[in-house]
Design a protein around this ligand. Structure first.
Ligand SMILES: [Mg+2]
Length: 348
């Protein structure tokens, strides 16, 4: 492989930190976040996942699914401290690191050539030694496949996907595993008899463009294992965001706000892990009739804290005229600035 990309994803990060700091929690269903009436689950331990609990789930739902779970508050300072340790450690291997969140990153380690496997092993060992936590690592020649690989045998996984493995690995996968295909598209495709990547790979490119619009070509390439996106090292990213499609279209503003709250936390990590700030906040919704509405606001002083991001997002959502059910909600921040530079300009 000429290009070697790693995708690293700490296993149940917040919950694992809690279990490490308090060994009595080991082996128990631990849920971080989700406290209070409108709380949203940040992370849950593997023991809690067995009950169907997952991140971004409203706390009340998590309590219904797993009544014995131990709910803990988010101790961001502690997670950040460990995350910094991990990123410092990673920077000894390469400076081509793209943090995706507080506990997830792409690394381009092409510079290590044939030694990539021992590098991957060594990173896992280093992280365990320095933090006491496990990480799952995916290794491949592009981002899409590396990410697929890190998810392959979580927790504590290490999976390599080489070019010759691609057809065997990709073809049987269900289409919901493809980055960029939402739940509604999956349903539509299923109704047309398309369930797996193999089914979809029979479509000619024009067909793909017709069905998926401007994403058609990208998806056409992805399912053939082609993804030319580069690992964007720190500070190059132009925006950070999250979105989700509701299981059932909704009018419920409280439900939307609880998602925005969860997204604010994620977006805030993405900024803070890079020491970046944002000046523009955007809320996006898609209605059940597929109309997209976005509302943005640019503020004077850049922000990075989740509660500040949420405060703006909440105002923006309330400005949108909701007279239809909503199927998707998203939050992003852009107009990214480096906190340090910002201060320098201020001093001039
Ligand atoms: Mg993780």
């Amino acid at each position: 492989m000429k290009r070697i990309i790693l995708h690293l994803d700490m296993d149940a990060f917040f919950a694992s930190v809690e279990q490490m700091d308090n060994p009595q929690l080991k082996g128990k269903p631990v849920i971080v976040g989700g406290i209070g009436e409108r709380g949203v689950v940040s992370t849950c331990s593997y023991e809690a996942r067995k009950f169907g609990v997952h991140s971004a789930m409203p706390g009340f739902m998590a309590r219904q699914k797993c009544p014995d779970a131990i709910f803990l508050p988010v101790r961001m300072k502690r997670y950040k401290e460990i995350s910094n340790k991990i990123f410092r450690l990673l920077s000894q291997y390469t400076n081509k690191i793209e943090p995706l969140s507080i506990d997830e990153a792409f690394l381009d380690i092409s510079e290590h050539g044939k030694n990539y496997l021992s590098v991957a092993h060594k990173i896992k060992k280093d992280i365990l030694k320095k933090t006491g936590l496990t990480v799952s690592v995916g290794v491949s020649y592009n981002k899409f496949l590396a990410k697929l690989a890190s998810d392959w045998n979580k927790p504590d996984g290490l999976k390599i996907i080489t070019k010759d493995m691609v057809p065997d690995i990709l073809m049987p996968l269900t289409i919901d595993r493809i980055y960029g295909i939402g739940k509604k598209s999956v349903q539509k495709l299923n109704a047309m008899g398309v369930y797996t990547i193999e089914d979809l790979s029979k479509w000619p490119i024009d067909f793909m463009k017709n069905f998926f619009g401007k994403q058609g070509e990208e998806i056409y390439n992805l399912i053939r294992g082609i993804d030319l996106r580069e690992v964007e090292a720190e500070r190059e990213a132009k925006s950070f965001g999250r979105e989700t499609t509701f299981e059932n279209d909704t009018y419920d503003i409280e439900e939307m706000l609880s998602y925005l709250k969860g997204f604010s936390v994620h977006v805030s990590y993405a900024l803070r892990v890079r020491n970046l700030y944002a000046k523009t906040i955007t809320v996006k919704i898609k209605t059940s009739r597929f109309a997209t509405h976005t509302k943005s606001k640019t503020i004077d002083s850049p922000i990075d804290k989740s509660k500040d991001i949420y405060k703006e997002a909440e105002k923006l959502l309330k400005e949108i005229n909701l007279n239809e059910k909503i199927r998707l909600i998203g939050l992003s921040v852009s107009n990214i600035t480096d906190g340090y530079q910002e201060q320098m300009t201020f001093l001039k």
